[in-house]
Design a protein around this ligand. Structure first.
Ligand code: PEP
Ligand code: MN
Length: 242
């Protein structure tokens, strides 16, 4: 069965997180996502709740039983985030932050690390970044294709689906597709989610919000729990016939 990581871009409040966590669990998600430390393009945008966000994620895990994935942005924070999270996320903007990669490899308490593809990283650069984590002592790396920069502003990024079968040729590491950041548009997410599964991805990561239009971060690309339920159903059917 495909791994379905789902939840809000950012942890915004206790109510928002717990409501979303219950809803994504109900819709069939297997991992809860949520950002406590947010790498925002502008310093004036919501930066996340920090440690309080980590505590809320742990509470949501306690209530739903879903393991939690959340981003770590600085080497100094690796142990703290690893104390709360089940999977550590390295964001696209930090794919080549080598001290951070070494820190999660060495001091991530053995938790799996999901390494998102850099904003315009080649596949070789991405795999060498993964190698930094492995060489530092943690072999449990998951790759996440979240689209790369393109010339066309109609979509946020360009989803490189061919990288999924290619990575399966080049490495044994699991590959997760992120149709939310890859498109930036919620109406494109269901189709690209199916496309990711068709390309052979081991799973998906999806941004889900109970009220996407009021999200503090990435609302334009966030789907509702109801839309998630359909995606989960379709993904399960697809892997059965593949
Ligand atoms: C995220 O997952 O919310 C995120 C910031 O993604 P990326 O690093 O791929 O931009
Ligand atoms: Mn996001």
């Amino acid at each position: 069965m495909p791994v379905i990581m789902a939840g809000p871009c950012a942890v915004e409040s206790r109510e928002q997180l717990l409501e979303t966590a219950r809803a994504v669990k109900e819709a069939g998600a297997t991992v809860l996502r949520g950002g406590a430390f947010k790498p925002r393009t502008s310093p004036y945008q919501f930066q996340g709740l920090g440690i309080e966000g980590l505590r809320l994620l742990a509470e949501a895990r306690q209530e739903t039983g879903l393991p939690v994935i959340t981003e770590v942005m600085e080497p100094e924070m690796v142990e703290v985030v690893a104390d709360y999270a089940d999977i550590l996320q390295i964001g696209a903007r930090n794919m080549q932050n080598f001290p951070l990669l070494q820190a999660v490899g060495r001091r991530g308490r053995g938790k799996p690390v999901m390494l998102k593809r850099g904003l315009s990283a080649t596949i070789d650069e991405w795999l060498l970044a993964a190698e930094y984590i492995v060489a530092a002592g943690n072999p449990n790396v998951i790759l996440c294709e979240r689209g790369v920069r393109s010339f066309d502003p109609q979509t946020r990024n360009l989803l490189d689906l061919a990288c999924v079968p290619l990575l399966h040729e080049l490495t044994h590491l699991p590959v997760i597709v992120d149709p939310s950041h890859a498109t930036g548009r919620r109406e494109l997410v269901p189709t690209m989610a199916r496309a990711g599964i068709a390309a052979g991805a081991e799973g998906l990561i999806l941004e889900v919000h109970p009220d996407p239009n009021s999200a503090l971060c990435d609302g334009r690309q966030s789907i509702t729990p109801t839309e998630l339920r359909t995606i989960v159903h379709e993904a399960r059917l697809m892997v059965q016939i593949m």
